[in-house]
Design a binder for this molecule. Structure first.
Ligand code: ATP
Length: 312
């Protein structure tokens, strides 16, 4: 059984098509990331899955429920961490967790959750005195207290410092270890790459790509970029044919190739024979972020077919 199934989902606000025919599924125990530019329709999609917004059309099933009519039975089985959750400012994390815990039939212990999100030092401080990052951890803690089978995390690490982000990542990995299903949205491609089994790239309410982080981008990600600088007095026309066009990039020269070993062997052989010093020589594969930026540019330019790789 899939944890989440979405088929041809649409959500219109008047003439605006916020979600425009989205289809994807998330397996039980999978960590799935939805990424996409501002306004792409991620939050709308997640809120429909949570049961907080009505869809215009399409089929949605989450843990066997239609979220639109799942009611309390459904809500007890999911955990939700919103972008901006309002909490009672005068209460401490420990008090809030005790309060929320009572609403769920299945529960984790308050101390366990406080420890899990790293809020031990602030467990008894009033919520209004917490920093932005500490608040997000409190939001996470409140999403976890009902021991959900499926957790929705909307931009879980926005505003976190680098070490808090790493801790949040560990937390998501722990959740995966416990067999929980996680659907997260993020603007950080390194986060999607690090955490997600699969990533869906949403652009203008449609899927522009779907697959594992290494599958996304396909061929583009198997290519490498070789960068080097030539000493003064040596021109690019003297460099032998490396199987790809050399492009000037500031003072550097670059080429993109599917055969970096062959191209490097040629380049280095030539440089040695001519005793040419190649300053700043690097070989890089495009990151998920590079591929993502290319994808959204292409999708924005009107490409309509999603790049679909891996399992549906
Ligand atoms: N209640 C609403 N009424 C009208 N339009 C809305 C409403 N909620 C969202 N929209 C519009 O729907 C589109 C999708 O918004 P959504 O919040 O789902 O995007 P997002 O991908 O989550 O963006 P972000 O990354 O900025 O959080 C946007 O153009 C937004 O203006």
């Amino acid at each position: 059984m899939h944890a989440i199934e979405v088929e041809d989902l649409h959500k219109h606000y008047g003439s605006e098509r916020a979600v425009d025919g989205l289809s994807f599924s998330v397996a039980l125990g999978e960590v799935f990331a939805l990424v996409g530019p501002n306004g792409a329709g991620k939050t709308t999609t997640v809120e429909i899955l949570e049961g907080h917004r009505r869809r215009s059309s399409g089929r949605v099933e989450v843990l066997g429920f239609d979220p639109a009519v799942g009611g309390r039975d459904y809500r007890e089985r999911i955990g939700i961490v919103l972008q901006e959750a309002g909490v009672e400012e005068e209460f401490s994390p420990r008090e809030l967790l005790r309060l929320y815990r009572g609403m769920y039939p299945r529960q984790l212990s308050v101390d366990e959750v406080i420890e899990l999100v790293g809020l031990t030092d602030k467990a008894d401080a009033k919520a209004k005195t917490l920093s932005g990052g500490q608040r997000r951890r409190l939001d996470l803690a409140l999403g976890l207290i009902g021991d959900p089978e499926l957790l929705f995390l909307d931009e879980p690490t926005t505003g976190f410092d680098p070490s808090a982000r790493r801790k949040a990542w560990e937390l998501v990995e722990n959740l995966r270890g416990l067999g929980k299903t996680v659907l997260l949205t993020t603007h950080y491609m390194d986060e999607a790459e690090h955490l997600a089994d699969r990533v869906g790239v949403v652009v203008a309410g449609r899927l522009a790509a779907l697959g594992t982080p290494s599958e996304i981008g396909g061929e583009a990600r198997s290519s490498s970029t070789i960068t080097f600088r030539l000493p003064s007095g040596v021109t690019a026309s003297e460099v032998p044919d490396l199987g790809a066009t050399l492009r000037a990039e500031g003072e550097d020269w670059q080429l993109r190739t599917m055969d970096p070993v062959g191209a490097l062997a040629q380049l280095i052989g030539w440089a040695k024979s001519r005793t040419v010093h190649l300053a700043g020589l690097t070989v890089e594969r495009p990151s998920l972020e590079d591929v993502y930026l290319e994808l959204i540019e292409r999708a924005g330019a009107g490409a309509s077919q999603p790049e679909r790789v891996g399992a549906p």
